[in-house]
Design a protein around this ligand. Sequence first.
Ligand code: ADP
Length: 418
Amino acid sequence: MKTQRPKLNAERMARLVEISRVLNATTNLSHLLSRIISEAAELTQAEAASILLLDPKTQQLHFKASSNEVPPEMADMAVSLDDSIAGAILTQNKPMYIKDVSKDPRWNQNVDDAIAFRTRSILGVPMHNVGQEPMGVLEALNKRGGGDFSVQDFETLSILADIAGVAVEQARLFTELQQANAELNELDQLKTDFIAIASHELRTPLSVILGYVSFLRDEAGPEMTAQFDNVLQAAVHLRTLIQDMLNLRYVDAGTTSLTRTRADLITLVRNMNLERDETAVAKEQTVHVNLPNDKLLVVVDEDVMEVIIGNLLNNAVKFTPRSGRIEIKVERQGREAWFRIKDSGIGVPEDQLERIFKRFYQVESPLRRQHEGMGLGLSIAKELVELHDGRIWAESSNKEGSEFIIALRLELPPTGLL
Ligand code: ADP
């Protein structure tokens, strides 16, 4: 084979450019290999073509595709590097033209037998990965019409092998990425399931503790109240953490987790009995719920709405001192229903009013460090409100506590009147 490279004609060059574009856009490895094979046979006017890829672990070559029908047992047939033509092309990292394979001791008749094909001649070139390491061999078999392969054929096959090597590596990486992604998704699902199961299982024993401690606190004398309050507080804190973990499942599942129906927001809030929230009662706080008499129809997942409102109430109770006041209101504002919850607590600095809705964000101040939590409640509430196409925001002045407002689109009758 001459070392001086002949010029390819413009038509072949254009064809190779087009092939390069197609190959680089093909991410399915087996489609890619079949495409390379058929292009190799077509461009060199060969009766058949094949690809052998190097397995880096075993350091053997494997048939990956052939333009003839490759029986399944052949597709995985290993070809040793030491005593095969393809092995010689790869290890010596140079093209070879064997005009008559029957005279070459490295020729392996088994392959022909397996695919019922008679190989006369092989034009083979190494394929390289991006790092220029040989990673496989591309072979054109038997020039059509019985003639010899030309120098142009060799040049064309070499260029095709270069394009193919990069494309194969790319497709392999793509497949690996897809696999890694699938594994990650599976792990993520396992984690979500684990959190859901664990938090669910923790709830039952915790309610037993909460129930008994409240009972014992009332039964025991006043000298024990402070101790029981501590236990109660810790148990309530634990309950909030568990609830946050449980609620993550709604957010992670997106809109698919919602079962939205037409519901009256006022009835929904009334049925939650927020005035009797046991944590607020334990802190001797007053929860005042102000509901209008008419109906405010919204399309919501009622369980999820309860989670959102529950989170806001938890915060109001947590960030409001003993004997504080919490005002809850539902009202119509134009074409929206607004749920408002205002507390007389420590408030939120104005520049943090938006940031507190980010996952794990907590306003830092020595005063607040006494309040435990994971910084999840508001982010969950926001994500869930947005799944309902609603809005949530906070208003606050440090002195007068804070107010959280949820706005949901009203379901109005066609006349526009309720
Ligand atoms: P967590 O309450 O677990 O810290 P949240 O996401 O519910 O997490 O709240 C984030 C932060 O927003 C809180 O840590 C607190 O700093 C602030 N915050 C939330 N609600 C109130 C409230 N009603 N009054 C004052 N600060 C609040």
